[in-house]
Design a protein around this ligand. Structure first.
Ligand SMILES: [Zn+2]
Length: 267
């Protein structure tokens, strides 16, 4: 092999290896290359950031990190992060009860403890509780012992309300690393991201939130909304657009299910 050929061969090998490394090892069949486009962030988001594009792999084992559910059923899961609170969460629960929709609430241990009545209401009205860490810290920046404490403490608090520990976990800010994936796996928690980002926490109008969601939704979609705002954040557009989202998707033949139902995690 002459020098030029050998150089080309080495470059090709490096590129091939790099492509292989870029592919996540824990994303499985529910990660899709044909995922709907997620609206680009206009500024550095304070909350969850868009998940990395997942890669489809062969096999039918549910992966440890999940972006959407089965595409075979016309099901969608509504998920609400960062609650509960005593302002927006009750209003969202009112809408869900009126329209008989079951959803999943990724709550922090701290907020569950601060708003026990609302947390119990979430459970009593048939919704699922998911672990969202204790105080919304970026868990990837914590030492293992603190990471574990955040997860276990929140599991314990949520079990007191639901009668069983949560099955699903969503990392604050969507931030995850191999240590967090390993720990959640050991704890029996599935890491559930999302495939449709409403960006409702940016104070958008109800119509803008709805347009974004309706453009991107597909069978098996996991829709990310929020049921509590940070300081000064306004989720009234999110509340206002919730009935229209539900009605519109039902007209298109979708059924709303909890994450455990969507992912087949029920006992
Ligand atoms: Zn969050």
């Amino acid at each position: 092999m002459d020098r030029a050929k050998r150089t080309r061969a080495v470059v090709w090998l490096i590129l091939t290896l790099a492509a292989g490394c870029a592919r996540s090892s824990y994303e499985g069949p529910y990660g899709d290359a044909d995922e709907p486009a997620i609206e680009a962030a206009e500024e550095a988001p304070r909350r969850e950031v868009a998940p990395a594009p997942p890669t489809r792999q062969a096999g039918d084992v549910l992966p440890q990190v999940i972006y959407h559910g089965t595409r075979a059923q016309r099901w969608v899961a509504l998920t609400f992060d960062d609650g509960p609170d005593d302002l927006y969460t009750p209003r969202m629960l009112d809408v869900l009860a009126r329209l008989r929709v079951q959803a999943t609430f990724f709550v922090t241990g701290q907020h569950a403890r601060r708003y026990p009545t609302v947390t119990q209401r979430i459970v009593d009205e048939g919704h699922e509780l998911g672990n969202h860490g204790y105080n919304h810290a970026d868990l990837t920046r914590l030492p293992l012992a603190q990471m574990r404490w955040q997860l276990e403490q929140t599991d314990e608090i949520l079990e007191r309300f639901a009668g069983r520990p949560p099955r699903v976990f969503r990392p604050p800010y969507g931030a995850r690393n191999s240590q967090l994936i390993k720990l959640t796996s050991q704890m029996g928690l599935r890491v559930v991201m999302w495939s449709v980002d409403s960006q409702d926490w940016r104070g958008k109008s109800g119509q803008a939130i709805l347009d974004n969601e309706l453009t991107n939704v597909a069978s098996g979609s996991i829709i990310l909304r929020h049921s509590a705002g940070g300081p000064g954040e306004d989720l009234s557009g999110s509340v206002a657009s919730l009935p229209a989202l539900i009605t519109n998707l039902r007209q298109r033949g979708y059924t709303f299910v909890t994450l455990s139902r969507l992912l087949g995690l029920e006992d």
